[in-house]
Design a protein around this ligand. Structure first.
Ligand code: Q9C
Ligand code: ZN
Length: 336
């Protein structure tokens, strides 16, 4: 299987994140990508597909904020990384504000996703990696893997959050649509609900979003991922949320994945995007499912058996020392 990654994705390295009222070391460290890269000897540099496929998903004002926010923050005399600390609560009218503090709140979901001077470039190349994997699959490969880091599925069209800035799965799905795929499905098996991906395709009938994740009653991102969120308008019925209780093992996870795969089969996609997080692993430091390394091969075989050309985008997974084995296990299930 072809695999894609650009070393520029490593430069993004926030030092700290706000966690339970204090600051802790940033979980989404560049060491994650280094660990995965070590087990993928054939890793290829992505081609540069430019900004158009990013702007096909993301708001231009938001992209400008990602690019210029750190310099504006520094110009305002702030030490450290850009972090929002005031948010426009639900229902508040849209104001056009220029103050960096207001922009940081407008364009973010949480205060645990710092924006640094190196973030834009890293996120840009993470997106190029998934675009190269998408083009490999559109060109006839059965599956391709993008070592997306920073990850993507919490980022919406106009907001960052959950360690995510550009929604790589959404960028892949939209690029596939543009290249002629009539229907695209996204299966999200990261521990957390992919609120950004859901939001982006919420009212779209051409892109199906199915997610298995920890119940938002107990887990981040809390405000999305409930079973009764099914989409709206033309997208009614093309969002499927399958929350699972903390402690879930392969048995429950695999059964829920089969439910998602059956729904995707009824939708009939030309191409599948798999948002893969290894934070469902038993030893993950920030999550509470109980999958074993070998389980990823089982889950991948179940997916591969459906026969859809598949773009795999890396999402979360924070047990750095186990990431290589967990990704290797997943890719082995695709038979390559
Ligand atoms: N430390 C992904 O797995 N947790 N993102 C915030 C404060 C955020 C995880 C709690 C978890 C986001 C891609
Ligand atoms: Zn996650």
């Amino acid at each position: 299987m072809r695999t894609f990654f650009d070393p520029r994705q490593l430069a993004h390295a926030p030092l700290q994140e706000l966690h339970n009222g204090g600051f802790i070391d940033y979980s989404e460290t560049p060491r994650r990508a280094e660990a995965i890269g070590r087990v993928l000897p054939g890793l290829e540099l992505p081609a540069n597909h430019g900004e158009a496929p990013i702007l096909a998903v993301h708001d231009a004002g938001y992209i400008d904020f990602l690019r210029t926010g750190p310099a504006r923050w520094a110009a305002a005399g702030r030490p450290g990384d850009v972090m929002g600390y005031i948010w426009p609560i639900v229902g508040r009218r849209r104001l056009k504000l220029d103050r960096i503090d207001a922009l940081a709140g407008q364009y973010s979901l949480d205060a645990s996703t710092p924006l640094t001077a190196d973030t834009w470039d890293a996120a840009y190349w993470s997106a190029q990696s998934v675009l190269s994997a998408t083009h490999a699959v559109l060109g006839g490969d059965r599956a391709a893997f993008a070592l997306c880091r920073p990850p993507g599925h919490h980022a919406g069209a106009d907001y960052l959050g959950g360690y995510c800035y550009l929604n790589t799965a959404a960028i892949a799905a939209q690029a596939a649509r543009k290249a002629g795929a009539k229907r695209v499905a996204i299966l999200d098996i990261d521990y957390h609900h992919g609120n950004g991906t859901q939001d982006i395709f919420w009212d779209r009938g051409d892109v199906f979003y199915a997610s298995l994740h920890a119940d938002p009653a107990t887990d981040y991102p809390f405000f999305w991922g409930h079973a009764d969120e099914v989409g709206e308008g033309e997208g009614t019925g093309t969002t499927l949320n399958l929350p699972l209780p903390q402690g879930a093992t392969l048995e429950a996870f695999r059964a829920a994945q089969a439910t998602a795969l059956d729904a995707i089969a009824r939708f009939g996609p030309d191409l599948l995007v798999l948002s893969f997080g290894a934070d469902t692993w038993d030893g993950d430091p920030i999550s509470d499912f109980k999958l074993a390394t070998v389980d990823y091969a089982t889950l991948a075989r179940d997916i591969a058996a459906r026969g859809w050309p598949t773009v795999i985008a890396m999402e979360g997974g924070y047990a750095v020392d186990a990431l290589g084995a967990n990704v290797t296990s997943l890719l082995s299930g695709f038979g390559q």
